[in-house]
Design a protein around this ligand. Structure first.
Ligand SMILES: [Zn+2]
Length: 506
């Protein structure tokens, strides 16, 4: 089986990549439990600019690769949106019964900017740390942020620094196949040799023609891109190669590690839309040039996030880290905000849009609390049973249409409203409530907004809630409020309902 093979590869090479934590293993089992559905799933393929029927290379299995982080700073909310998009896709494919093999790289080697600066080395210097320690810290932060946002960790997260020899082997193949050449310690990919160059990004033919013909310094052509860099003096991230002591280009790590762990063609390759050119274009050229096989069948790209109507940029001073957003708005509200629009539409983070996400999350949580707490006296409501079937169909139909989350959510809210109406009219039975609860929680395997954490309440917290209830009953609201504030500080919200106090995690 796929994962056991990977584990074997890793233990042989002594790789340090952390595999799934126990909690995530539980998720995998839970999410894989559904029978595989043979209905048509459509995805928008950047390669063809069309929605296409999704047919994986092996029935029931999906091989998915998503470009991961370059570890030089904290994850910002724009990165979080991309990783969230593919979390929803990953979860939904599993929910639908696919076995998904999901790999995401971690870029922890040189990543030179146009001005010859390396972000990882610069970041390490700023904190007065060794480069490797700094990269390890940033990777730790990255996984913590994924966890905070409830983004499932991919099955494998290989680090570039542990695959240098693999990359050198791919570069050697490219030279042998006539697609690459060495020049002054650098190795370049010759774009004039790769006929399909520009096929994903649909480059302007005139621009491409120029890129293919004009020479540029040590390069044969303006558009040739680097596969191997010689390291500048005193550069800490460097390895020996047949061409120079140096480090690989960024693009080559994705072609190499995706092919190595998933085989070709990949079913899905994902990333933010800013990666289409040159990163993904170059990944295709390298992988296909080295192997002679098609690299990927479906290219999926997520849209950007705007901050109060503006592009997020350091120069505008409006970059928000994922952890700051969570601190300010709450984990569930941030998650809901990021998943509730279609992944191919821009979203705008404003006070109103985040407030609306907070309100919607509260509405959903209150609903789930309500259907668990009320004691219904009505008869079994056949209309509600029909509504559940209809909601399930709509949820699946919309998610099958290129993961149309807004319409899938609309179907859920329709069920919520209908149920609330039936409760108010006392036209609901215990059996109805159980069915509705199970349906909503089943959708939540994809959304991951509602998961109840009541089992995680510590005895200390429980004692505080009981103590507070005692003060409240005796009319000492001041002390009760103080305890409520104390609980809030520790991450719990307590509300007083007709049937006693209700609590939830913030
Ligand atoms: Zn990549």
């Amino acid at each position: 089986m796929f994962l056991s093979n990977l584990t074997k590869i890793y233990s042989c090479s002594g790789g340090r990549t952390a595999m799934r934590p126990p909690a995530e293993r539980r998720n995998r089992v839970r999410l894989s439990a559904r029978a595989f559905s043979d209905k048509m799933l459509k995805v928008y393929n950047t390669l063809t600019r069309k929605k296409e029927e999704f047919v994986p290379r092996e029935k029931g299995n999906v091989y998915m690769y998503v470009c991961g982080p370059t570890v030089y700073g904290l994850m910002h909310i724009g990165n979080a949106r991309t990783f969230m998009t593919f979390d929803i896709i990953y979860r939904y494919l599993k929910w639908r019964g696919f076995k998904v093999n999901y790999v995401q790289n971690v870029t922890d080697v040189g990543h030179l900017t146009d001005i010859g600066e390396d972000k990882i080395i610069k970041g390490a210097k700023k904190l007065g740390m060794e480069v490797t320690d700094f990269a390890n810290l940033m990777i730790k932060n990255y996984f913590e942020d994924l966890k905070s946002l409830d983004i499932l960790k991919p099955d494998l997260t290989p680090r570039a620094s542990e695959h240098i020899q693999d990359m050198i082997d791919v570069i050697k193949k490219l030279i042998k196949n006539g697609y690459a050449y060495e020049s002054e310690g650098y190795v370049y990919f010759d774009i004039s040799k790769f006929k399909n160059y520009g096929k994903i990004s649909k480059q302007d033919p005139e621009y491409l023609e120029k890129q293919r013909k004009e020479t540029h310094g040590r390069k044969r052509h303006e558009g040739d891109f680097v596969l191997w860099f010689p390291a500048p003096e005193n550069y800490p991230l460097k390895w020996k190669s047949p061409w120079s002591v140096g480090f690989p280009g960024w693009h080559i790590e994705c072609s190499t590690m995706s092919s190595k762990y998933l085989g070709l063609p990949l079913d899905i390759h994902g990333g933010g839309k800013d990666l289409i050119f040159p990163h993904h274009e170059d990944e295709v050229a390298q992988a296909e040039g080295a192997t002679g096989k098609k690299f990927c069948n479906y290219w999926l790209h997520g849209e950007f996030i705007l901050i109060r109507g503006e592009k997020m940029a350091k120069s505008l001073g409006n970059v928000i880290s994922a952890r700051d957003a969570i601190k300010k708005y709450g984990r569930k509200a941030v998650r809901y905000f990021l998943i509730s629009s279609h992944y191919r539409t821009e979203i705008n983070l404003t006070d109103e849009s985040i407030k609306s996400a907070q309100n919607t999350v509260k509405k959903l949580i209150d609903f789930v609390d309500r259907i668990q707490e009320i004691k219904p006296k009505g008869k079994y409501n056949e209309k509600l049973k029909k509504k559940i079937t209809e909601t399930k169909e709509k949820f699946e139909k919309n998610m099958d249409d290129d993961f149309n989350m807004p319409l899938a959510l609309a179907a859920i809210f329709d069920l919520v409203n209908e149920t609330n109406k039936a409760i108010n009219e006392k036209k609901i039975s215990k059996e109805n409530l159980v069915e509705i609860y199970e349906t909503v929680m089943d959708f939540d395997k994809v959304l991951s907004i509602l998961e109840h954490e009541k089992g995680k309440l510590t005895k200390e917290m429980m004692d505080l809630i009981i103590k507070r209830e005692g003060y409240r009953k005796r009319g000492d609201f001041e002390t009760a409020d103080k305890i409520r504030e104390e609980l809030r500080k520790r991450g719990y919200i307590v509300e007083d309902g007709p049937e006693g106090p209700r609590w939830r995690k913030i």
